[in-house]
Design a protein around this ligand. Structure first.
Ligand code: C2E
Ligand code: CA
Ligand code: CA
Length: 826
C-alpha cells in the first residue's frame, strides 16, 4: 500500500521535474508549454493516486480519485493537443474551435467521475482501488475517448516522423511513438480492463507514464527534441543552406555537416561525424586550425583549402566561424561556414591575367606614345629651328643681319603702293664698293667679310628711321628712301648720299690692317625711273655703273641715256654668243717700237668684233660682257690660236725676232686646259716660246691661289714673258712687282697722256721707268700719241713705245706691209 503510494508519488514528482525541464528548454514554444501542462495532468494523476492508495476510508479514497481524475481525464486531450503542436500539424484538427472542443470529453468524464459513490472503491493489497464493473457504458466511452485520442496523437507523430527528411526527426518520432505505445499497451489492462472485469489491480498507467516522459526527456538530450525547437528549425535551415556548413566542437571534432557540405566534398555523413576537422580543411597559410576557426570579428574570413573525396581535389574556400553557446553561456562549439570560391578564384585569375595583359599593352603603348612624342617634339624643334632659319635666311643677309634683296623688294613694293596713293616720290640707292674684289682677292674672304660687316655698321649709323638698308650680295647694298617731296628730291638724296661717301673717308681697320675703301652709288626714283622695285633697282645699278665708269667713289642719278646703254649691252650680249661661229671676230695688230733701234720689236694682238658684219664693236664694250658670260674662254682661245699662228707666219717670213703680246683675262687663265692649249699652239707654230708675251692686269698678277701660282710657274718655266698691262692704274702696283716675277711693265695710257700737261703724271711715269730699271724690268709705254710724249719717254729711258704716234692697230695684212716696208728701209 505504502509502496504503491510511493511509486505514484514518485512518478508525479518525476513527471513534474521532466515537464519543467522541457519547459525551461524553450519557454516560448507552444509544444513545450503544452508538454508542461501534460506533465501537470500526470502530477494530478500521480498525487491523486498516491493519496488514494493510502486513504483511510473509502470516502477519502474516492475524494482523491476525483482529484486524480483531473489528471487522467484531461491527459489524453492535452496529449492530442501536444501532438498537434509538436508536429506543427495544420489540418482540420488544428482549427481553433476544434482544438477547444477536444477538451470537452475530458470535462464530461471528469464531471461524471465526481458523481460516483465511494462503494466502488475496493481495498486491495496495493491500497484503495476502483472497480468499474457497474458502469460498463461509461467505461467503454472512456476507453473509446482515450484510445481514439492516443491513436490520433500517435498517427500525427508517426506521420510527421515518416515525412521528415532528416534522421533526427525520425528518431524523435520513433521515441515518442514507442514510449507512448508501450505505456498504452502495458497500462490498459491494469487501468481499464482488469478493473472492468472486477479484478482489483494496481493502476500502473501513472507509473508507466514516466517511461513516456523519460523517453521524451532522453530525446531532448540526445536529439534536442523540444528543448531546441528553434534550433531544430535552425537545423532545417542548416540542411537547406546552399553554402557548406559544419558544426564543430571546441576540440575541432566535426559534429554536424549539412547537405551542401556533403555534396561539395563527396563524403558521406558518417565518414565525417566524429572526425577531426583537419582531415578536410587544409590551411595553406600555416595557421593553427584552432586559431583559424576561432570566432573572428564580423566579416573577417580566412582562405582555406578544402579537401574533397570524390574527386580528390583541393577546393579554395572562404571560412568564417561563429562560436555557439549553450543556455549557460558555455561554449558548445563553433559553426563553421565555408564558401566555395573556386569559381571566384578562377575568374580572379582570368581577370588578373587579362588585367596584366591589358596593363602590359597599355604600358607598351604608353611608352611607344611617349617615345613617338619625344621624336615628334624633337622633330618639331628641329623643324621650327629650320623654319626660323629658313625664314631668316630667306629674308635677311646672314653676314650683316640686314634685309636681303627679297625683303628689300617686298618693303620697296609696299612703299611704292603707298607712294602711289599719296603721290610721293621714292629713291633707291645702289651701293657698290670700289675695288672690293681686289681687297677680297688680296687678303682673303674672311678679311672681306669683316670689311663688309664694318661697312654695314657704318651705313646703318647714318640711315633715317624710315629708310630700308639691305645687302643684296657681294659688295652691293641698297637703300630705300621714302616720303620724299617731288620738288627737290634729287637735292635731298644728294645731300644724304654725300654723308655715305664721307663714311668711307676714314680707313677700315681689319685684322690690324688698315684699308681704304670707296663706294660708287647709283640712284633711281619712283615714279620717274620705274614703278616696281626690280626696275628701280636695275636702273640704280646702271647709274652706279656709270659712276664707276666715271672714276668711281661717286654717285650718279639714273638717266635715259644710261637706260639706253643697258639696252645696248643686252643687244651686244645676245649677239656675242654666235660671234665666233659666224666669223665676226678679227685680230688687229699694233706694233711696239724699240726706243733704241726705232724698229718694230713686238706686236700686240687686239681683238675686233664686227657685229652682224657691219657695226664695229670696241673691245671695251664686249670684253667685259664676254668675261661676265664666260664667252671669253672660247674667244680667248680663238685669239691665242690666231695670234700665234700669225706670229709663226711672220717668223717664217723672216721677221724672226718679233714678239707677240696677247691680252689675257683672269677667266681664261683659270681654265684647266689653258696651258695645254698654249703648248699645242707653240708646237703648231714651231717657234721659241720666248717670243710670246702674256699681258695680264695687276689684279690677276696679284692673285695668290695655288692654281694661279703654279700656272705662273709653268709660264716662267716655258720662257714665256709676262707683262703687267695698264700698270699704275690698279691697286697696290708695287706689291705686284715685288711678288710676281714679271718681265715687263706697261705704263697705262692715262699717265702718258699727262706728259707735258701734268707734273704728277710725269713724275709717276719717270718713277715707274726708274723703278723698273732698278728691278731689271723692261718698260713699255702705251697710248703714245704725241712727239712730246715720245721725247719725254725717250729721255727717261723707256724701253719701248706703243701708240698712235707710230701706228694704229691694223689688220694682219696691213701689219705685213708695215713689216715689209720697215725691212726694206734698213
Ligand atoms: P689694252 O690692252 O690696254 O690695249 C690698248 C688699247 O689702247 C687698245 O684699245 C688700242 O687700240 C688702244 N690704243 C693704242 N694706241 C693708242 C693711242 O695712241 N691712243 C689711244 N687713245 N688708244 C690707243 P682696244 O683695242 O680698243 O682695246 C681695248 C682693250 O681691250 C685692251 O686694252 C684690252 O684690255 C682689251 N683687249 C683687246 N683685245 C683683247 C683680247 O684679245 N683679249 C683680251 N682679254 N682683252 C683684249
Ligand atoms: Ca694690252
Ligand atoms: Ca693697256
Amino acid at each position: 500500500m505504502m509502496i504503491a503510494s510511493l511509486l505514484a508519488y514518485t512518478a508525479a514528482i518525476l513527471n513534474l521535474a521532466l515537464g519543467i525541464r522541457v519547459f525551461q528548454a524553450n519557454r516560448h514554444a507552444s509544444a513545450n508549454r503544452i508538454f508542461l501542462i501534460m506533465c501537470g495532468t500526470l502530477v494530478f494523476w500521480g498525487i491523486g493516486y498516491a493519496f488514494m492508495f493510502s486513504a483511510s476510508s473509502a470516502e477519502e479514497a474516492m475524494h482523491w480519485r476525483v482529484f486524480s481524475a483531473i489528471g487522467w481525464c484531461s491527459f489524453y486531450s492535452i496529449f492530442l493537443l501536444f501532438a498537434i503542436h509538436f508536429t506543427s500539424y495544420n489540418g482540420w484538427l488544428a482549427k481553433p474551435a476544434i482544438k477547444r472542443f477536444i477538451h470537452v470529453p475530458a470535462l464530461v468524464f471528469f464531471l461524471y467521475n465526481t458523481t460516483l459513490s465511494p462503494e466502488s472503491m475496493t481495498r486491495s493489497e496495493w491500497g484503495w482501488v476502483y472497480l468499474y464493473s457497474q458502469e460498463v457504458l461509461w467505461q467503454s466511452a472512456f476507453i473509446v475517448y482515450y484510445t481514439s485520442y492516443v491513436m490520433t496523437g500517435f498517427w500525427l507523430i508517426y506521420r510527421w516522423g515518416k515525412q521528415a527528411e532528416n534522421t533526427r526527426t525520425k528518431r524523435q518520432a520513433q521515441i515518442i511513438v514507442r514510449t507512448m505505445l508501450s505505456v498504452y499497451v502495458l497500462a490498459i489492462p491494469f487501468d481499464t480492463y482488469l478493473p472492468l472485469l472486477g479484478y482489483p489491480v494496481l493502476p500502473i498507467a501513472i507509473l508507466l507514464s514516466t517511461i513516456f516522459t523519460v523517453g521524451i526527456s532522453y530525446a531532448i538530450t540526445r536529439y534536442k527534441l523540444l528543448s531546441l525547437n528553434f534550433d531544430t528549425a535552425g537545423d532545417h535551415i542548416l540542411q537547406k543552406m546552399i553554402d557548406p556548413v559544419l558544426l564543430v566542437g571546441t576540440d575541432t571534432v566535426i559534429r554536424e555537416v549539412n547537405a551542401s557540405f556533403l555534396e561539395l566534398t563527396g563524403f558521406l555523413e558518417k565518414e565525417l561525424i566524429g572526425q577531426h576537422l583537419s582531415i578536410i580543411i587544409d590551411d595553406h597559410t600555416g595557421n593553427e586550425l584552432e586559431r583559424l576557426i576561432a570566432s573572428k570579428p564580423e566579416g573577417k574570413k580566412s582562405e582555406v583549402l578544402l579537401t574533397t573525396q570524390t574527386p580528390m581535389l583541393s577546393v579554395p574556400c572562404l571560412l568564417s566561424s561563429k562560436t555557439l553557446y549553450d543556455e549557460f553561456g558555455d561554449t558548445l562549439g563553433l559553426i563553421v561556414l565555408l564558401h566555395d570560391i573556386a569559381d571566384q578564384k578562377r575568374y580572379e585569375k582570368l581577370l588578373k591575367s587579362a588585367n596584366d595583359e591589358l596593363e602590359a599593352k597599355v604600358h607598351a603603348r604608353t611608352s611607344e606614345i611617349a617615345h613617338s612624342n619625344r621624336l615628334l617634339q624633337q622633330e618639331v624643334l628641329v623643324r621650327t629651328a629650320a623654319e626660323t632659319q629658313a625664314i631668316y635666311s630667306a629674308n635677311f643677309d646672314m653676314l650683316t643681319g640686314l634685309p636681303n634683296r627679297r625683303q628689300f623688294c617686298e618693303k620697296a613694293n609696299a612703299a611704292i603702293a603707298k607712294a602711289a596713293v599719296f603721290g610721293d616720290t621714292l629713291a633707291v640707292v645702289f651701293f657698290d664698293l670700289d675695288n672690293f674684289k681686289t681687297l677680297n682677292d688680296s687678303f682673303g674672304h674672311l678679311h672681306g667679310d669683316k670689311a663688309l660687316e664694318e661697312v654695314a655698321a657704318r651705313m646703318r649709323s647714318v640711315i633715317r628711321k624710315s629708310d630700308v638698308l639691305a645687302r643684296i650680295g657681294g659688295d652691293e647694298f641698297l637703300l630705300l628712301m621714302d616720303e620724299l617731296d617731288q620738288n627737290g628730291c634729287q637735292k635731298t638724296v644728294a645731300k644724304h648720299v654725300e654723308r655715305f661717301k664721307q663714311l668711307f673717308e676714314k680707313p677700315f681697320f681689319i685684322n690690324g690692317r688698315e684699308s681704304f675703301l670707296t663706294v660708287s652709288m647709283g640712284i633711281s626714283f619712283y615714279p620717274d625711273d620705274g614703278s616696281e622695285a626690280d626696275t628701280l633697282i636695275k636702273n640704280a645699278d646702271i647709274a652706279m655703273y656709270d659712276a664707276k665708269r666715271n672714276g668711281k667713289n661717286n654717285y650718279r642719278f639714273s638717266s635715259a641715256m644710261m637706260k639706253q646703254d643697258v639696252i645696248e649691252k643686252n643687244r651686244i650680249r645676245n649677239n656675242l654668243f654666235r660671234a665666233i661661229e659666224k666669223g665676226e671676230m678679227e685680230l688687229y695688230y699694233q706694233p711696239q717700237i724699240n726706243t733704241n733701234t726705232r724698229r718694230i720689236s713686238g706686236i700686240e694682238a687686239l681683238l675686233r668684233w664686227r657685229m652682224n658684219q657691219g657695226e664695229l664693236i670696241p673691245p671695251s664694250q664686249f670684253i667685259p660682257i664676254a668675261e661676265e658670260t664666260g664667252l671669253i674662254v672660247p674667244i680667248g682661245n680663238w685669239v691665242m690660236n690666231k695670234a700665234l699662228s700669225q706670229l709663226s707666219r711672220w717668223h717664217e717670213q723672216g721677221f724672226s725676232q718679233l714678239t707677240m703680246a696677247v691680252n689675257l683675262s683672269a677667266r681664261q687663265l683659270r681654265e684647266p686646259t689653258f696651258s695645254a692649249q698654249v703648248k699645242s699652239c707653240i708646237e703648231q707654230g714651231g717657234f721659241n716660246p720666248k717670243y710670246i708675251e702674256f699681258e695680264i692686269t695687276e689684279s690677276i698678277a696679284f692673285t695668290k691661289d695655288d692654281a694661279m701660282v703654279s700656272l705662273f710657274d709653268w709660264i716662267k718655266r716655258n720662257d714665256i714673258a709676262i707683262s703687267i698691262d695698264d700698270f699704275g692704274t690698279d691697286y697696290s702696283s708695287f706689291m705686284t712687282i715685288k711678288t710676281v716675277s714679271v718681265d715687263r711693265l706697261k705704263i697705262a695710257q692715262p699717265f702718258i697722256s699727262g706728259i707735258g700737261k701734268n707734273r704728277k703724271d710725269e713724275a709717276i711715269v719717270s718713277s715707274i721707268i726708274e723703278l723698273a730699271h732698278k728691278l731689271k724690268l723692261n718698260v713699255i709705254a702705251e697710248g703714245v700719241e704725241t712727239a712730246e710724249e715720245f721725247d719725254y719717254l725717250l729721255q727717261k729711258g723707256c724701253d719701248a713705245i706703243q701708240g698712235y704716234f707710230f701706228h694704229h692697230p691694223m689688220t694682219a695684212e696691213e701689219m705685213g706691209t708695215v713689216l715689209q716696208s720697215e725691212a726694206a728701209k734698213s
